[in-house]
Structure formats: structure tokens, C-alpha cells
Design a binder for this molecule. Sequence first.
Ligand code: 3PG
Ligand code: MG
Length: 419
Amino acid sequence: MRSIDTYDFAGKRAIIRVDFNVPLDDNLNVTDDTRIRAAIPTIKKVLAGGGSVILMSHLGRPKKNNDEKYSLKHIVPAVEKLLGQKVEFAGDSWGERASEMAADLKPGQVIMLENLRFYAEEEGKPRGLADDASDDEKAAAKKAVKASQKEFTKHLASLADVYINDAFGTAHRAHASTALIADYFPEDKMFGYVMENELKAIDGVMENPARPFMAILGGSKVSTKIVIIEKLMEKVDSMILAGGMTYTFASAQGARVGDSIDEKEMHPLALEIIEKANKKGVKLYFSPDALCGDKFAADAATIECPVKDIPAGWEGMDIGIEGKRLFADAIKGQKTILWNGPVGVFEFDKFSTGTLAVAEAIVDATAQGAFSLIGGGDSVAAINKFGLAEKVSYNSTGGGALLEYIEGKELPGVAAIRK
Ligand code: 3PG
Ligand code: MG
């Protein structure tokens, strides 16, 4: 396998698949540039080696071409600022202009293609099918888009001499730009530094963790976290289960959880998880108390109460005082910490102090020598909001990709480079 560290980029055009799927505010300004910052060393490495760069990414989930809101032109200023040089926007990813601009590239120059998902071919899934389309029509549409996907992929590949995949956040998607394109560069494909660092950090945690090893899982629903909980149960010594999941676990054990999230169909599975943890000797921590709101809003009225007795009309939106103390004590002394998912609705200041307490405890443990890996868009956004990102060992740029990798799935973006 080629390595970005030893490859000779002199005079080469490198097409880099980055994950610039970043959050934007209503004025289309980037609100969290973690993913852009992460990709800068890879871009700089190519330029320093005498190459030129074609950046390509998706943004959001547009369903049609030229959907202004999803244009990558909104991202260009943030990239220019972090890179410290001009980035020419191609205005399209598939068409004459992209080809011409790529052909004209001089060493040291950078261009950025338009949102790849403006074309159905990026994902290879048909678009615009009528709701009542027959199975035959669906099959024909799928066949058609798979055929034109080959053309799209070939076009992207034609722009460059070398392919770098640095989009860890999108590595769980088998798309034209993340996986299929690699076939056109059998001798000239490689990971960028984001990919290399992510895989190294996660492999380190999963394969050879210093102990004790604790996982902290938040997020609203048990249903989306089941596989990861079960997988991590095989590895960790203890686990904090928090966020909206708390109330499903509590309700399964007979608690009265008011208007909190309660996935009743998950109750049997929740009880099974508790039993499995007992058998394995994995200690589970749940918050005994909750900070509840009377509505899901930043200005909700609040009460603190035991998780097992939340009045009707109130929903648990953060951990309470006892939960903060319990979690902070449990985190102290850990040697490996994996954190995915905030423990409360941290976007609302009133409900952010639980997540802050957890983040601060992780920072303390890290200062004492623990390796802390923070992953998933929300936890990274939280740690950025608190200004603590520099004080943990590793911030992953992956959400779904990180979870799938930890679950043990082969990521198409990783496999395409390695094979
Ligand atoms: C993400 O943010 O999850 C990645 O950029 C992938 O985006 P997707 O979930 O829309 O495929
Ligand atoms: Mg996603």
C-alpha cells in the first residue's frame, strides 16, 4: 500500500476525497470547522511535495442538482482561511469546466469541486422515482444509475493522477468518490492523514486498550446504539449509559419516566443488556437523577427529580446533581475512555451542565494519563462548545463511520484503499 509520507507528488494532480460535510448556520457560515481543520495537513503535504490538489466532498443530503443551500461554495472561504491560500471553486463536479480547471492546474494550486451528491451517481441510488413505481421500474432505474455511475466515477478519476481518501466520516459509504474511484488508481491510491490517524487511534483503543477501559454512551435512542453497546461490552470494564437512553432503561425496570423518551419496544433488549453486563462483570452506570424540562426547548422550565419518578408533563433532558457526581467519580482513574454521545441536550445551555461535567472529568483523567477518544458529531460539537477539544487525546471526525468501525464492520472507503 502506498503511503502519503513517501509518495512523490512532484508535478502530480491529486484528487482528495475529504469530508467537508460540516454544519452551517442560517447564513450559510460554517459553525464547526473540525473536519476542515483535520484535512489541512493532507492538502499541505501534497502541495509541499510539488503537487496540485482537487478537493471533492459531499455536503448534506441534497436530492437534486444545483440545490443552492448545499453548494460547497459556502465552504470555500473556511478552507481558504485554514489553508492560508486561494482555493478556486469549480462550480461543478461533472462537466467541461471541472475537466478544464483540473487540466490547467499548476503545482501548488488547489481547486474544489461542487457537491458530489448533486448527482445521483455519487451514491448510485435512483432519484425521482414515482411513489407508486413498480418493481420493474425500480429495477430499471437502479440499473440505469449504476451504469451512469461508472461514467461519473471515470470522469472524476480522469481529473487526477493520484487518489487520496481522507474522508473518514464518509468511509462507511460505498460511493463513487469514497470507494469506486479507487479502482482507477491501482498504483496511486492512498489514505490521507485523517484516515491514517483515525484508524490508528480507534484500532489502539479497540485492540490494545490500557485498563481500566470505560465507554460513555449517550444519544437519544437505545435502538440506534444497541449494536455498539453489545460490541463494546466485549471490550470494556465499565460503561456509562446516558442521554435519552436512560429513560428507556429505567422504564424497562419499572420506573415512571413522565414524558421522557421511552422506546417501549426496546424494553426486553434493555433488560437483556443489563443482564449480560452482570454476567460479564461489566459495571454499568446510569444517572440516578435527571434535570427535566416541561418542553423540548431552550427556555423550558426545569425540575430535578429521581429518574425512577418523573412526573407527567416533564421529560428528562440532562443528568442531575447526583448523576454528575457519580459519573465524574467513575471516570476518575480510567486509563482508556471512549465517549460517544452527549448525556443531555447540551445545545440548550440549561441542559448542558451534565455533558460539561462529563467532558471535564474526561479532561482530568486525560491529564492523569488516560487515552481519551471522543467521537460522533454531537460529542465533538459539545467538546468544542466547551473549549476543551485540545485537552482530550483524540477527536474523531466520524459519526456513523466511527460507530460502524467499532462495531467491527469493514468500511468500504478503507477497504477500497487496502485491497
Ligand atoms: C456524516 O456526517 O455522517 C458523513 O459526512 C456522512 O454523511 P451521510 O450520513 O449523509 O452519508
Ligand atoms: Mg451520517
